[in-house]
Design a protein around this ligand. Structure first.
Ligand SMILES: [Zn+2]
Length: 315
């Protein structure tokens, strides 16, 4: 175990402690999951697909992803891991062709006791909807790797094991989706320095009419909160988080994420959206907004086009 792994492990534990602060003394949720058969045979909008994981326990979430891919006839790789920290299955779907790879990540696990709709059933659903579109018209000059990770809530364990065992060669960049189910502005985060990949992301967002500091935001390294992209960033790969936030909450959010402990203590009564439901029993399907999910699918489609057509110079 490397020093870096110990750092992630400790940060995972801190995140869990933080979740408990945010969650207070809440009991387990009372949401009923949608019957799996109904989801597998139902509509395939990202909002409808959010029912695939919402309100299931982590073992059922994990198997539901495999069930969906199998039912749709999508070839996938199962990356199974077991360490002293935990065990799980990551799933990998590869689409397109070319010598560079864009990696899009969404974790399938949730904090126990939370229905995990916005964190992170919505993001998994977004990637499944994107998968359908890319499978219909695969990019010819770019590989797109969809990675569905386990154990993100354990200090990004699934992603950490994945980056140790998979090749990081020719990866153009990584985007990890978190909390993508409500709001109207996109936030690209942990993006402290300009990179060719960050320019590609900006170009993609602008190609679908988004404007910097209005309908999309690029923010630097966020303390305490994190996501799977950090496992890739630790390997030197350009990797960012992607979250949807309400335009109206931009300032409150900035204050909240950059001093979360202070905010958690001071603003227990009203945390800014989406952190009012994050890691709580209130993270339910009813809070999701289909327009937010559709907007992320649109942005990711634009990112695939942009990454396939721009060829960043080698550093
Ligand atoms: Zn999450």
């Amino acid at each position: 175990m490397s020093l870096r792994d110990i750092g992630f492990f400790v940060r995972g534990r801190l995140n869990r402690a933080m979740s408990r602060v945010l969650k207070g003394r809440a009991a387990a949720h009372r949401e009923t999951p949608a019957p799996l058969d109904a989801v597998l045979s139902g509509p395939r909008t990202p909002l409808a697909l959010s029912r695939l994981l919402t309100a299931r326990d982590n073992a059922a979430r994990e198997s539901a992803v495999a069930a969906w891919l199998t039912a749709r006839g999508v070839p996938f790789t199962r990356h199974r891991f077991a360490t002293f920290e935990g065990r799980g299955d990551n799933y990998i779907v590869e689409l397109g062709g070319g010598d560079r790879t864009l990696v899009l990540v969404a974790h399938h696990d949730a904090v126990p006791g939370s229905p995990g709709a916005n964190d992170n059933a919505a993001s998994v659903a977004i990637l499944l909807a994107l998968l359908e579109r890319l499978a219909a018209a695969p990019p010819s000059r770019l590989r797109v790797r969809l990675l569905f990770t386990a154990c993100e809530e354990l200090g990004y364990l699934g992603a950490r094991v994945y980056v140790r065992e998979a090749s990081m060669d020719r990866i153009a960049g990584v985007v990890s989706l978190e909390l993508c189910g409500m709001g109207d502005a996109l936030a690209i985060w942990d993006a402290a320095t300009e990179t060719p990949f960050l320019r590609t992301v900006r170009g993609a967002l602008e190609s679908v009419g988004r404007r910097a500091d209005e309908t999309y935001h690029v923010v630097g390294r966020i303390p305490v909160f994190g996501s799977d992209h950090r496992a890739f960033a630790a390997m030197g790969v350009p990797a960012y988080g992607l979250t949807v936030v309400p335009v109206a909450e931009a300032d409150a959010l900035r204050a909240f994420v950059f001093s979360p402990m202070k905010s958690a203590l001071r603003a227990v009564k009203r945390r800014p959206v989406p952190f009012d439901t994050y890691h709580t029993t209130r993270d339910t399907l009813a809070t999701l907004d289909g327009r937010a999910l559709d907007a992320v699918v649109q942005a990711l489609e634009a990112l695939v086009v942009e990454a396939a057509t721009t060829r960043p110079r080698e550093p």
